[in-house]
Design a binder for this molecule. Structure first.
Ligand code: 0A1
Ligand code: ZN
Length: 850
């Protein structure tokens, strides 16, 4: 590994910056391999500082010249920055550096994507653009001049002036360097406008390269306007510049970035048309546009003091985008979707070698902490806070947060204090949610005696790396009680579990009730509640809480799968009956019925077996899932064609929640039908499809039963010109490959002329799907492990960030049998032993190997 002992940064070591920046003037002279960046930075000593050391971050920069107050200086330059002697009074630092965007394959700093100049500065990319105090607590007003022979030149803030080959921008809002952005290219805009509640007319643009993509911006623009209105209506937050630009970029490591006034998006997170994007894509785009827009207040106007506080902006902004999607598309399905993601990804992270607190105490490479824990568990913490203080308390706290901290680089302590001050609650114990890693387990026992129903809740948080002992957490547990006829006798109330063991009593009941616990998934915990299949089927049929209704079905399915994996047991009839009742219930929303019909993933089953103290065998799990799917199809065969027909959506495609819900149920049914009709219906749907949701679902249903080769070829011919659709073509083949074949299919696809590892979307299409195909990835031959390791070793030299994220595919190695463990460890060892391995990947491999 390159850095034998890479430097670890600790939260406890935070010190204020020695110098503050009032203003920055940047001039860019764009050229592919010789861009010049001229910086003029007005510094002043920070009265709060503990030191007077002047240090500017800078990496991969060629320093041409530097001056202080107009006098040339020769700073001490190292690979990570520069120092020099400076006055004890305000001064101007000037520098000129040269950088090479064309050869920047890491996609961090200033780089080129298909001839377009663009930037990605979060978290620490600005230091690859110029020498600067690249830390979020240094906030400054930026003025930017861009010179380049390109028709469109964009930066943050408002446009000031432009001419042939140049443009100037000024951003009046002080911001940290990670929010800086620049774009230059031959671009066309989809334009619109929005008038804020304060009466400001805002020009809105989505910029794309000319060609195919121009007609794919309308949906994103609608989502942007809806987000702007929603943030005014729900949070009282208005937009604060005269222009808001979004640019679509093909090569991007993440989904999108909230740079002030100039959001840069992975093209997959903004471009959509009926023909090319699925319902799921539309929903994701709407959510990401909202997320980045909402950052304007939660992230930009109020930013983070240091990167340990990342969850301050991300947890809150995810929570806000979840609320928005719930308002736009229905809260019940959204809550279930979010819980599925949390359990599948965050619980997995929290239960393995990569577990870390929502606010980590240390890191080596901050890019490795843009995780489901920081984002999604961070959002869950805010949901719990809201549940504990109520809607009014939440509103008061948020108003106080914006009032008190506008313009600040804030901390989690600041955040919790506004809740304490606004509501009078003591959140000392609650704050542990930010500091303690691991998913708490809450065990339920109950007793009924003489009209009194007693619920005893026990909590335990398992040890995680660096945290062997855990304290009791403050957990809001939403509970409702039903009687034997399915009538709600005690409506939802929040039990506050704060002790290791606590008993809650409900008095005056006529008989022993059925308890519906953790309604709405009121806390991110694992609930251990031993129930019979009959009780679960009862809740699936009667619970008034849609989340718990769905979850009862899920638990039932999980038990059935366990029994099948363990003893080849025939599933309980209660399971099929419960499923059939939900499927046939026309009063239920199709989207909800589709969710109930979805089985837990194979990885979920593996984790559930681990939780039950067993070693999961992915091959056996795959077989159980296949067998159960077939049995469901057989049991429901009379109903399926009727439901399929009912779910047909007529008229032109629209991505609204109602039609998407019908298509979701129709396509779940189609997948089941294909198991017994030889793919007849799926082939017909493929032939008739006029939108990507229907086309892709039909193709997937065919591939899953070993058919669809002609359709696969036709799909490639039809869509070879469209990068985003071709990503689906690459991914689906790996997802649907049989276990022994998966590595071969993936390897073959890497030899396809359209495969390139320089494009993160394409790389993820193949290798993200390889990880997601659990039985294929964990095929006992180890072929998939080897293939992934080979490619990650190659990718690391080009793009450390994406490599480090994808190496997490190996994070469950300890779950498995010795053969698989040995093979995964060998693959990890091979990656670890690669000469010059990046700091990003080194940190991740080291943590995974533990
Ligand atoms: N702040 C962005 C996510 C993001 C983070 C890092 C990036 O590059 C390393 C890019 C984007 C968000 O939350 O959307
Ligand atoms: Zn974000």
């Amino acid at each position: 590994m390159q850095n034998a002992a890479p430097q670890t940064i600790y939260l406890k070591d935070y010190t204020p910056p020695a110098y503050l920046v009032d203003s920055v003037h940047l001039t860019f002279k764009l050229a592919p391999t010789t861009t010049r960046v001229i910086a003029r930075i007005a510094f002043r000593p920070n009265p709060q500082a503990q030191s007077r050391e002047f240090f500017l971050h800078g990496e991969q920069l060629r320093l041409i010249s530097a001056a202080i107050d107009g006098q040339p200086v020769t700073p001490d330059v190292t690979p990570t920055g520069l120092t020099c002697a400076v006055p004890n009074t305000p001064f101007i630092f000037e520098s000129e550096v040269e950088i090479s965007p064309q050869t920047n394959t890491a996609l961090e700093g200033l780089y080129m994507s298909n001839g377009m100049y663009c930037t990605q500065c979060e978290a620490e990319g600005f230091r690859k653009i110029t020498y600067y105090p690249d830390r979020p607590d240094v906030m400054a007003v930026f003025t930017v001049r861009i010179e380049g022979d390109l028709p469109v030149l964009l930066s943050n803030g408002n446009p000031v002036a432009k001419g042939e080959g140049w443009a100037e921008w000024h951003d009046p809002w002080p911001k940290p360097a990670y929010l800086f952005a620049l774009v230059g290219g031959n671009l066309v805009n989809h334009a619109d406008s929005f008038t804020t509640m304060e009466g400001r007319d805002v020009a809105l643009n989505i910029w794309v390269r000319p060609g195919d993509d121009e007609h794919k911006c309308a949906f994103g623009m609608g989502a942007l306007k809806a987000s702007m209105k929603w943030d005014e209506d729900v949070y009282g937050r208005a937009y604060d510049l005269d222009i808001f630009n979004i640019v679509a970029v093909d090569d991007f490591n993440m989904g999108a970035m909230e740079n002030k006034g100039l959001n840069i998006f992975n093209s997959s997170a903004v471009l959509a048309s009926a023909e090319t994007a699925t319902d799921a894509n539309f929903e994701r785009i709407e959510a990401i546009i909202a997320h980045e827009y909402f950052h304007n207040w939660t992230g930009n106007r109020i930013t983070c003091r240091d990167w340990f506080q990342l969850c301050l902006k991300e947890g809150l902004t995810v929570f806000r985008d979840q609320q928005f999607t719930g308002d736009m598309r229905g809260h019940a399905a959204k809550r279930i979707d979010d819980a599925v993601v949390l359990r599948a990804h965050q619980f997995r992270e929290d239960g393995g070698p990569l577990a870390h607190p929502v606010r980590p105490a240390s890191f080596v490479e901050i890019n490795n902490f843009y995780t489901v824990t920081v984002y999604e568990k961070g959002a869950e913490i805010i949901g719990m806070l809201k549940r504990l203080v109520g809607d009014d308390g939440y509103k008061k706290a948020l108003d106080l947060y914006f009032d008190r901290h506008d313009g600040d680089a804030a901390t989690i302590e600041d955040w919790l204090r506004v809740f304490e001050d606004a509501t009078g609650r003591d959140l000392t114990q609650f704050a542990l949610w930010y500091a303690q890693a691991g998913t708490p387990r809450v065990t339920v026992t109950d007793a009924f005696d003489n009209g009194n129903y007693q619920l005893t809740l026990t909590q335990m948080t398992p040890p995680t790396p660096g945290q062997p002992e855990k304290a009791a957490m403050h957990i809001p547990v939403a509970v409702g009680l039903l009687d034997n006829a399915g009538k709600e006798i005690v409506p939802t109330r929040i039990l506050e579990l704060t002790e290791p063991v606590q008993t809650f009593t409900f008095e005056g009941l006529a008989g022993k009730p059925v308890a519906s616990i953790l309604r709405g998934f009121s806390a991110p915990v694992i609930l251990d509640h031993t129930q019979t299949n009959a009780q679960r089927a009862f809740l699936l049929a009667h619970d008034t809480d849609p989340f718990n209704r769905w979850d009862a079905g899920r638990a039932l399915a999980q038990d059935v799968l366990h029994d099948m994996v363990r003893d080849d047991k025939v599933p309980d009839a209660a399971f099929f009956d419960g499923l059939a009742a939900v499927l046939r219930d026309d009063r239920l929303d199709p989207a909800f019925r589709a969710l109930v019909l979805g089985l837990p993933s194979q990885d979920d089953t593996a984790q559930a077996l681990v939780d039950a103290g067993q070693t999961p065998d992915p091959t056996a799990i795959f077989q159980a899932h296949e067998a159960l799917g077939l049995q469901i199809a057989q049991h429901l065969q009379d109903t399926l064609p009727r439901i399929y027909a009912q779910m047909a959506v007529t008229g032109p495609y629209t991505p609204d929640a109602k039609s998407a819900g019908k298509r979701a149920l129709g396509n779940r049914v189609l997948a089941l039908m294909s198991k017994i009709d030889g793919g007849r219906q799926a082939a017909a749907q493929y032939a008739e499809a006029d939108n990507m949701t229907q086309q892709l679902a039909a193709l997937g249903a065919l591939l899953n039963i070993g058919k669809g080769l002609d359709e696969l070829t036709a799909f490639e011919t039809q869509w070879q010109h469209d990068r985003l659709v071709m990503d689906k073509w690459f991914g689906l083949q790996v997802t649907c490959a049989g276990p022994e074949n998966t590595a071969n299919v993936a390897a073959r696809l890497t030899a396809h002329p359209a495969f390139t590892m320089k494009n993160p979307n394409r790389f993820r299409a193949v290798f993200g799907a390889l990880k997601a195909n659990a039985a294929g990835f964990h095929d006992p031959s180890g072929a998939s492990y080897d293939l992934l390791a080979d490619w990650l070793i190659k990718l690391d030299a080009l793009n450390p960030q994406t490599t480090a994220r994808m190496v997490t595919s190996f994070d469950t190695w300890k779950r498995y049998d010795t053969n698989r463990q040995d093979k995964m460890r060998a693959a990890l060892g091979r990656i670890a032993g690669t000469p010059s391995l990046s700091r990003d990947t080194t940190e991740m491999v080291t943590r995974i190997l533990g």
